[in-house]
Design a protein around this ligand. Structure first.
Ligand SMILES: Cc1cc2nc3c(=O)[nH]c(=O)nc-3n(C[C@H](O)[C@H](O)[C@H](O)COP(=O)(O)O)c2cc1C
Length: 230
């Protein structure tokens, strides 16, 4: 049996939704088991960036972000995720392929994810993640908010861990060849949340997410059999 791990962090639920589509796609491959786990929120409320908003910010550009409502959304979404297991270092060790998902924060990965990845830094010396196929998905508030920058910069630590990057090729994903506001690119899957977080992942994005899951699962399965790095 080949195991594909979908490991994600989601504050407002967009990434959580896409993670399900990724897992569904990976599960289509015979002999592949999928485990979906979440990177937890920081315990210290004072550094949970999304949780510090207040009504004073509902002015200026803040009006577009509907920040007060978003704090309510955040609390609800965190509650909805309590039954998803928290990601561990053993999950990474045991997986044959790993797909990472998280929102774009300041054009980059959230600190919660970087903190988790820093713990995984131990694998640089043990080589336990080397040769495992990996892929990325993100969501961003706006179309130019950093979808591609987040995926490309997040690839850097994964390369340090020796993982093998799987992208989302054009010919199999014609949906992103469009002039409409649809996420995804050759680098990976993405979705748009909208400035106020009210847009949900569209069918095209979810279809491409499924294909990315399938693609990583195929490679992970082939590597499990062929063991190209042993
Ligand atoms: C601290 C912070 C920084 C953000 N930075 C960006 C950004 O650089 N670009 C962007 O388009 N959206 C940005 N956003 C919006 C998030 O990307 C959006 O809330 C996220 O994609 C929603 O995903 P989720 O529902 O899974 O949490 C930011 C949000 C927060 C809380």
């Amino acid at each position: 049996m080949t195991t594909v791990l979908v490991v994600y962090y989601s504050a407002f639920g967009h990434i959580a939704t896409v993670s399900e589509a990724i897992a569904d796609g990976a599960e289509k491959i015979e002999g592949v088991a999928v485990k979906r786990v979440r990177i937890p929120e920081f315990n210290d409320a004072s550094i949970r960036v999304v949780n510090q908003r207040n009504q004073n910010e509902e002015k200026g550009l803040g009006q577009h972000f509907k920040l007060t409502k978003r704090v309510e959304d955040y609390e609800r979404v965190q509650q909805e995720q309590v039954n998803i297991p928290v990601a561990t270092m053993d999950d990474l060790r045991e997986a044959d392929g790993i797909i990472w998902g998280f929102p774009t924060y300041l054009g980059s990965m959230p600190a919660q994810v970087k903190s988790f990845l820093d713990q995984a830094g131990q694998f640089c010396t043990t080589g336990e993640l080397e040769g495992k196929p990996t892929a990325l998905f993100t969501s961003a508030g706006s179309i130019h908010g950093g979808h591609e920058a987040t995926i490309l910069t997040s690839l850097v630590p994964l390369l340090h861990l020796g993982m093998i990057f799987i992208g989302l090729p054009y010919t199999q994903n014609p949906e992103y060849l469009t002039d409409k506001a649809v996420g995804c690119s050759p680098y990976g899957v993405s979705t748009l949340a909208g400035p106020d977080g009210s847009r949900t992942p569209c069918q095209d994005e979810l279809r491409m997410a499924g294909r990315l899951g399938e693609r990583v699962a195929r490679v992970a399965k082939a590597f499990t059999v062929a063991k190209p790095f042993e």
